[in-house]
Structures are given as C-alpha cells and as structure tokens.
Design a protein around this ligand. Structure first.
Ligand SMILES: O=c1ccn([C@@H]2O[C@H](COP(=O)(O)O)[C@@H](O)[C@H]2O)c(=O)[nH]1
Length: 279
C-alpha cells in the first residue's frame, strides 16, 4: 500500500485548517487551574478535553511526552489514547519526545513512534541531533517507509540553545545551519514539501543569516508563554514563513477547561497567524 508522506498530509492540513499547532502539555499548574487532580484521572480528563474541543479545528496537535511519562506506564497509556483519539478525529499528531541516541538505539526509538504497528505511532516525532545528524538515520528510514515525518532540533526557542546551535564548525558553518542543510538535502525534490522538518523557535528574532529554505516544515514553538507573538513570524522567518507551523501550548491551554474558551483562544491565535503570514 502506498502511504501519503507526512509533508504532503501536513501541507493539505495547513491549507485547509491553517498552520496552528496546539500543544498538549498537561503541566501540574494547568491541571490545578482546570480544577483537576495531578494524577492519572486529571491527566486523562485534561487530554480528552483538549482533543474533543480542538480536533476538528486545528491542523496539528503536539503532545509533550514528558508530561505523560511523569505518571509512568499509566501516563503512557493515556498518551497512547490521546494520540489515537486525535488522529481518529482528523488532526495530525507531532509527538514531542525529542529522542536521539546512537543508531542502534535510535532504531528502537523510531519503532516506538514511527512504526504503524506501535500504539504510540504518530504522524511525526521531534528528534535531537546531538549525537550527530547521521545517528538519526534509522528514524529517517522508518519515517520514509511509514509516511511519517521528523522535526530535528535546529534552532530551539530557549536562550540556552545558542551555546550549542550557534557554535561554529571548522567549515565556518554553525551547528544549526548544518542541521538545516541536512534537512534540505533530505527533502530535495519533494512536492509539495518534504517530511523532514526543523524546530526553529519563534522567539529568535531575525534569522536571515540562516537558510531556512529546507523544502520542509518549520515547527516554531515560543508563541504565547515564551513571549513571541504571531506578528513576529514574518520578521523571524522571512520567505520561509509559508512553511512555518507555529506551536502554542500554554497560551491556549490556560483558557480551559471550558471547550468554547479553548476553541476561541485557538481561533484567535489562528487568525493572528493568518493575518501575519498573509500581510
Ligand atoms: O525549541 C523548542 C522545542 C520544543 N518546545 C516545546 O514546545 C512547547 C512550548 O510550550 P509553550 O507553553 O507554548 O511555551 C513545550 O512543549 C516545549 O517543550 C519549545 O518550547 N522549544
């Protein structure tokens, strides 16, 4: 059976629903502000509410695995259901698990999140290239086979990231620019765009010294709680803004548990993004 590549499915979803990605980040503080207990029951109610409220509206959800893993195996079971429910409702799921290891272990991480037979199968996975871009090869290979995608940490939204990502190699290129170049090679010739994306923070200001034209998606966290706004996107991403998938987690989630308020907040961000990108 031919599978439609993630890049194609993501482009369709962005065109029909807009590019907003809402994070599913069940912080203990958010559970409390929603009147939920900081336990499995609270985690389950939180995740179900977000998916039911927004799965018909947004293109992409990004569950943050850490907030589920902190509850052990029962938290992972909730994560499995959250992914399945979101996908069944028609949204794409980018699993934010930031995996990265030597190739043989990377293959096991890839099976966990990118093999269609896994209960955690997701449309895409965030991965860390800190062990070298080549160590991600098993994930790239399995993603190609299963029609999934990857988002490689290139220029992250946190200020500490610069220490590594802006470090300059012997060839004069920074680590972040090197990751972007690897992704551009991975996506070469893909139409409408490739499945191998970069994480590039919306908080980073002018990035015109980087070649963001990777023919693939740019997942852009940092809007809302970290201080960036939708209006910043054109200045940060330039012409690549068309491929940006802006992520908002706490900025939307703080409006729960009321489903209408969650929808209104997501719609507000979506409209600000639409205006900024089309200006
Ligand atoms: O560079 C990065 C990579 C990932 N993240 C993740 O995105 C969300 C952001 O949450 P907000 O509440 O909208 O700040 C969170 O899951 C991070 O782990 C990131 O922020 N920056």
């Amino acid at each position: 059976m031919t599978v439609t590549p993630f890049g194609t499915r993501l482009r369709e979803a962005m065109d029909s629903r807009g590019p907003l990605c809402v994070g599913i980040d069940p912080h203990a503080a958010l559970l409390a502000s929603w009147g939920l207990s900081d336990d499995i029951a609270g985690l389950e109610a939180f995740s179900r509410t977000v998916v039911e409220a927004l799965a018909q509206e947004v293109a992409v959800f990004k569950p943050q695995a850490a907030f589920f893993e902190r509850f052990g195996s029962r938290g992972i079971a909730v994560l499995e259901r959250t992914v399945a429910d979101a996908r069944a409702a028609g949204a794409l799921v980018v699993m934010d698990a930031k995996r990265g290891d030597i190739g043989s272990t990377m293959a096991a991480y890839a099976e966990t999140f990118l093999s269609p037979s896994s209960p955690l199968f997701s449309d895409a996975l965030t991965v860390s290239p800190y062990l070298g871009y080549g160590s991600l090869a098993p994930a790239v290979e399995l993603a190609r086979e299963s029609g999934a995608g990857l988002f490689v940490l290139a220029l992250t939204s946190n200020p500490e990231g610069a220490e590594v990502q802006r470090a300059v190699r012997e060839d004069g290129r920074s680590i972040g620019a090197t990751m972007l170049a690897h992704l551009a090679a991975e996506n070469e010739g893909a139409v409408p765009m490739g499945s191998f994306g970069a994480v590039v923070g919306a908080t980073l200001g002018d990035l015109s010294s980087f070649d963001l034209d990777i023919n693939g998606p740019l997942l852009a966290p940092g809007i809302g709680a970290q201080g960036a706004t939708a209006a910043d996107l054109p200045a940060v991403f330039g012409a690549a803004v068309r491929n940006v998938v802006p992520n908002v987690s706490r900025g939307v989630l703080k409006h729960g548990p009321d489903a209408a308020a969650l929808r209104a907040s997501a719609a507000g961000f979506a409209e600000e993004i639409r205006k900024a990108v089309s200006a």
